[in-house]
Design a protein around this ligand. Structure first.
Ligand SMILES: O=C(O)CCC(=O)C(=O)O
Ligand SMILES: [Fe+2]
Length: 283
């Protein structure tokens, strides 16, 4: 791993690559996992989401991009996305970066298409969304699936490897970024404290990616999962996925509902769940 470069793994083998992934996240705050899934998986997700893109937001702000289309809610809209939302590489990265919290969970995902002529997004830390609090720990583990190939010319995410260790008031120079270039089906994972931003698209094609956010269980999720994935519409989803998107208690007295009930009981009223909100984590 060289300073200033994005560490890379050829896919992710949980036995052989776990240490290298953890080292990459510690030292660079990011890693590219090349060809983690077949391109056809990405194509299937794009197909499922394209049905919704006509209504999606374009150019809502400078930050969101005036030539960038953002289609939300891939979890309820794409069964294929649901099948990779808990990919072992994501779980390993999240456990490493956010394992200090009682639980960490899915926060949001967005299908981002950067169109020709788009300029570079302002460099930022994703964790700034939390009122720019200077947290003493990592609070987010995020990612970007390459739906199309990502190259510098078409707007591959720009990143400053190692900037997760910079002080709170440090700001990068755009010339210090490198492009997270990767073939379709690859995943770029990065912590909420790494400076990055969407790249300028100087090509004549679209750059499509699926942006992922995950956060510790004690922070608000970016998108409201209980509105996007309401109980009556998720009865056939796995418990693991439901827990992962927020149907779970966490911390010491967070996430319960009504009479100290387990939120999963809202999806499955026919099943028995333990009640009580105190101390999920053994002391
Ligand atoms: O589109 C990209 O490459 C990055 C987008 C991003 O960082 C964001 O919207 O927070
Ligand atoms: Fe970002």
């Amino acid at each position: 791993m060289r300073a200033g470069e994005i560490p890379r793994l050829a896919g992710y083998d949980p036995t052989a690559d776990a240490d290298a992934l953890r080292r990459a996240l510690d030292e660079a705050g990011c890693c590219v996992l090349e060809r983690l899934v077949d391109e056809s998986v990405m194509a299937a997700i794009a197909d499922e989401l394209h049905a919704h893109r006509a209504a999606a937001s374009v150019g809502a702000s400078d930050f969101e991009g005036h030539r960038t289309r953002r289609t939300g809610a891939p979890l309820p809209r794409s069964a294929t996305f649901r099948s990779i939302a808990m990919h072992p590489a994501i779980m390993a990265a999240g456990d490493h970066v956010l394992g200090h919290a009682t639980t960490w969970r899915f926060s949001a995902a967005e299908y981002i298409e950067i169109g020709p002529g788009e300029s570079a997004q302002r460099l930022h830390r994703d964790a700034w969304k939390y009122d720019m609090v200077d947290f003493p720990c990592e609070v987010e583990l995020n990612g970007m699936w390459a739906v199309t190939e990502f190259v510098a010319a078409n707007g591959a995410t720009r990143v400053v490897p190692g900037s997760h260790r910079w002080p709170h008031d440090a700001r990068p120079d755009p010339s210090s970024t490198v492009a997270a270039e990767m073939p379709a089906g690859s995943l770029f994972v990065y912590t909420g404290s790494v400076f990055h931003g969407g790249g300028a698209n100087d090509s004549d094609g679209r750059r499509a990616g699926l942006s992922l956010q995950h956060a510790v269980g004690w922070l608000t999720q970016s998108t409201n999962q209980f509105l996007e994935c309401p109980p009556a519409e998720v009865t056939d989803w796995s418990d693991d996925l439901l827990r992962f998107i927020g149907y779970a208690k966490t911390g010491n007295g967070l996430g319960y509902w009504r009479d100290s009930e387990d939120p999963l009981a809202a999806v499955h009223p026919e099943r028995e769940f333990a009640t009580g909100w105190a101390t999920v984590r053994p002391s």
